[in-house]
Ligand binder design. Structure first.
Ligand code: HEM
Ligand code: MTE
Ligand code: MO
Length: 393
């Protein structure tokens, strides 16, 4: 018969060991839920910003400065979204014993709670999967990515509000003193992942994913971009290309021979500028990022002519420009990115450029030669390449 103190010690040890295995606990589910909720909120807000850039609301204009703001918000979107993948997997593992249950619901509130899990879990998996596949340029689906991703985001955020309000007591218990702690459904069969193993998976997984992708937008981590689809310093003239001139069918344009920029006035009349006329205008140098919606970004030194000065050379005076949006059109016939809109405030800025040079060289064909749009705080998709048409709307 061992001494009493030893019996107590070993039972304490057992309890400690059991607590360490408390993987399927309410507490861990709530902790992971908090982090997931924070990550999804960051993704939703930054995603909305991205959406507003591409579908502007007249009464809610986005600022044109700081010039690198979109680079930060979209970099955050993709980085946070990827880090949420191990979080979601861990959360599903922790709550998995509670999913199959008989009877399936206890009461009306419980029925709502369990019903909300369908769009919540299904939508979250859809969001993270489509997001990750998109930045890897893999499209194993038929719908247009931003549309599917957009509606999944609203569905998930709605279900998340229902879920959080119903699970609020569990979150509250997280912040009460530990001796009053409610440990919830502990399945202590000693099998499966330990609590420490699970936390290691989450922190390690999120950390590794962040380390291997954040360099696509955060220069100090550039050397580690193994998982990111683009390294921001690789490509002609030192930065990446999404669509080449060959893919866009615009190789012939780059020579500049026969190039013509058509300026369309509000009354429909047209005026044409050749390349020499544009080159003869006063040029300015500006450092502005290309910040792709897919999360990579690169800072580039551009040289070119402010859009407003080119329009002026095409006969569009300040009065005609007043409060007007400009449609910037490309020679590219294929694909979705043949034109973009420049809002009135942006169109008047001297760092909203039609660029002729990048990083000290004449623009490379893949970067939009002979003339491409580059403007501050704007998603890459709106930085139209191979510009041949400016239309005052
Ligand atoms: C692996 C995780 C994720 C990745 C890699 C990712 C990636 C992206 C990308 C590349 C876009 C730009 C689409 C475009 O304009 O072409 C985008 C937009 C967006 N994302 Fe995500 N995302 C992720 C997770 C999430 C999550 C968790 C949410 C919300 C809870 C979310 C909400 C949105 C919204 C609302 C947009 C705007 C869609 C639009 O412009 O119509 N994303 N995301
Ligand atoms: N005409 C045209 N312009 C375009 C595109 C395109 O496919 N066609 N791609 C856009 C996208 S998605 C990005 S990220 C930037 C990339 O510019 P870069 O190739 O010079 O880096 O160009 C934008 N301008
Ligand atoms: Mo892009």
């Amino acid at each position: 018969m061992p001494p009493l103190s030893q019996v107590i010690d070993s039972s304490q040890e057992r309890r400690r060991a059991a607590a360490a295995r408390e993987v399927h606990s309410e507490r861990l589910a709530a902790q992971l839920g908090l982090f997931l909720g924070a990550a999804f909120t960051v993704c939703f807000v930054t995603g909305l910003i991205s959406h507003l850039h591409q579908h502007p609301l007249g009464w809610f204009p986005l600022p044109s400065s700081p010039a690198g703001l979109y680079r930060v918000t979209q970099g955050l979107h993709v980085t946070t979204g990827l880090a949420a993948i191990p979080l979601l997997l861990a959360k599903l593992y922790v709550v998995s014993p509670q999913l199959p249950r008989w009877p399936p619901v206890d009461d009306v509130v419980d029925a709502m709670a369990r019903l909300a899990l369908l769009p919540l879990v299904g939508g979250s998996i859809l969001l993270l999967f489509t997001g990750a596949a998109n930045i890897a340029s893999w499209y194993p689906w038929d719908f247009f990515f931003p549309v599917g991703h957009w509606w999944a985001a609203w569905m998930v955020m709605g279900a998340l509000m229902v879920h959080v309000s119903l699970q609020f007591p569990a979150v509250k218990r997280l912040f009460t003193r530990s001796d009053q702690r409610h440990s919830g459904d502990v399945s202590d069969d000693g099998r499966g992942l330990s609590r420490r193993g699970l936390l290691g998976f989450v922190v390690g997984g999120a950390g590794i994913l962040t380390l291997l992708t954040a360099g696509q937008t955060f220069p100090p981590l550039r050397a580690f971009t193994a998982l990111a689809p683009r390294r921001p310093d690789i490509g002609p003239q030192g930065f990446p290309v999404n669509r080449t001139a060959e893919a866009a069918g615009t190789e012939d344009l780059a020579t500049g021979d026969g190039y013509a920029l058509v300026v369309v006035h509000r009354d429909g009349t047209e005026q044409t500028l050749d390349l020499a006329a544009i080159r003869a205008l006063e040029q300015v140098s500006r450092e502005l990022p290309i910040a792709c919606v897919e999360g990579w970004s690169a800072s580039v030194k551009w040289r070119g002519v402010p859009l407003s000065a080119v329009l002026a050379a095409g006969g569009v005076g300040t009065e005609e420009m007043e409060g007007r949006t400009v449609k910037v059109g490309s020679a590219q016939q294929r694909g979705l990115y043949g034109s973009s809109l420049v809002e009135p405030d942006l169109a008047g800025r001297d760092d909203c450029l039609l660029a002729l040079e990048a990083n000290g060289e004449v623009l490379h064909p893949d970067h939009g030669a002979p003339v491409r749009l580059i403007a501050p705080n704007r998603p890459g998709v709106l930085q139209t390449k191979w510009v041949t048409r400016l239309e005052v709307l």
